[in-house]
Design a protein around this ligand. Structure first.
Ligand SMILES: Cc1cc2nc3c(=O)[nH]c(=O)nc-3n(C[C@H](O)[C@H](O)[C@H](O)COP(=O)(O)OP(=O)(O)OC[C@H]3O[C@@H](n4cnc5c(N)ncnc54)[C@H](O)[C@@H]3O)c2cc1C
Length: 388
């Protein structure tokens, strides 16, 4: 067993580290991601720089001009990226337009209308699953799509939809068979935002600065040519993508965030004098540093192990639940300690810590609350055990 990254991955890590240190961290004072996306000019400049070091369309298949990088490689990249607050968890376009993998299930005609324009940065999309009465349990959704000849008519309300106000179309999940629900009764539709009956009814500002939208669908008529994949396959299309996000984004990116917080905390502890000595000489502070080092090490190994297993073809859905839980809770603890070590300065917006603290708090709820993931993990393990 060799726990070292390959020479090739070490070199890549170094390249990304330099990009983060030279291009992103110095821009933190200029751009603090909150409600709105990065200003166009800054985005274009960073995109050109990312392209110049061959970091472009990282997870897009080669046939569409992407790099098709495996999950471990992307985790190594995103661990470094997690060290800066210029690239948030949501709406990251620095390494190319955000192409959500379900779009690769488009048929040829849909590719012309949706996939290619997204790849070229001409169109943006959002993903609408959550509803006022169906968040952790999306199978309980009320939004229905009823067939009418060659069309479907969609009615319902979606809530907390990130980026809807900047999107040209929506991937909407709707019930097509109320009996089957999660087992083949939910279908994915691609709906243009300007379709009659689609209303962005309100924004809900959150503590992270994000302001996701509520969207009302009232007798929205779409052609059956707007069904993504097969009727009833809506959940199946989302699964692989969600697993990937838990490992790369909630896992690796959180490890990077924790590493930056630890680095800042150590440097400050060495410099800051109280009662005639640097903080670094106080055992209370040393314990916080030691605990953070151990926390980060465990979480990092878990991310790499899970990504590697995924790349070997293993089903890592359960393992990815663990990665998200461990990494987000771990990073929350480390950032909290860093804020404590910095005292009042830790609470100011002059440091990235308060932003990290707010983001990390949100990830323990969004895209799968940690209680739900723990529950699902235990259910899956117990089900397999009872079969033996
Ligand atoms: C900023 C932001 C952006 C978002 N972006 C999107 C988006 O783009 N698209 C989209 O579709 N959705 C999006 N969401 C929705 C998000 O994924 C949901 O908020 C999340 O899944 C939780 O659903 P809920 O808020 O309805 O909480 P609920 O389902 O009501 O759960 C509330 C709490 O109950 C607990 N809980 C629930 N079930 C269980 C259980 N079985 N066992 C133990 N405890 C349980 C958990 O602690 C959970 O936090 C976004 C949300 C936010 C805040």
């Amino acid at each position: 067993m060799d726990f070292h990254l390959s020479e090739e991955l070490e070199l890549l890590k170094e390249t990304v580290r330099r990009f983060v240190d030279e291009e992103l961290i110095p821009r933190e004072a200029e751009f603090h991601p909150e409600a709105d996306p990065m200003p166009e000019e800054m985005l274009r400049t960073l995109q050109e720089k990312a392209r110049s070091i061959d970091l472009w369309l990282l997870d897009v298949p080669k046939e569409y001009g992407g790099m098709d990088l495996d999950l471990l490689t992307r985790c190594v990249i995103f661990e470094e990226v997690g060290r800066t607050i210029v690239i948030p968890y949501r709406m990251n376009e620095v390494f190319g337009p955000e192409v959500r993998p379900p779009l690769f299930y488009c048929n040829d005609e849909q590719k012309e209308r949706y996939l290619y324009p997204v790849l070229k940065g001409e169109k943006r999309m959002c993903f609408a699953l959550t509803e006022p009465d169906a968040g952790s349990d999306p199978a309980g959704m009320q939004t229905r799509a009823v067939q009418d000849g060659d069309d479907y008519i969609i009615n319902g309300t979606k809530r907390f939809i990130s980026g809807a106000g900047y999107s040209d179309f929506i991937q909407v999940m709707a019930l097509t068979d109320a009996e089957k629900r999660a087992r083949g009764g939910i279908t994915s539709f691609l709906v243009d935002v300007d379709t009659p009956g689609v209303t962005l009814s309100r924004r809900q500002p959150t503590m992270m600065g994000d302001s996701p939208w509520e969207i009302v669908f009232e007798d929205v008529r779409v052609s059956e040519a707007n069904v993504l994949g097969n009727v009833g396959d809506g959940f199946k299309l989302a699964q692989e993508w969600l697993t990937d996000g838990r490992v790369r984004c909630h896992g690796a990116q959180s490890v990077g965030m924790a590493q930056r917080a630890l680095d800042l905390m150590m440097d400050y502890a060495l410099d800051r004098m109280t009662f005639g000595k640097p903080l670094a000489e106080r055992q209370a502070i040393q314990f916080m540093i030691a605990d953070s080092i151990m926390d980060i090490h465990q979480a990092r190994l878990m991310v790499y192990d899970c990504a590697w297993r995924h790349d070997q073809g293993e089903n890592v859905r359960n393992a990815s639940y663990g990665v998200k839980i461990v990494c987000t809770e771990m990073a929350g603890r480390v950032v909290d300690r860093a804020i404590q070590v910095f005292g009042g300065m830790g609470l100011t917006q002059e440091l990235p810590l308060e932003w990290m603290y707010r983001q990390l708090r949100s990830i323990r709820i969004t895209e799968g609350a940690t209680e739900v993931l723990r529950w699902r993990m235990a259910q899956n393990v117990l089900r397999n055990r009872s079969k033996n």
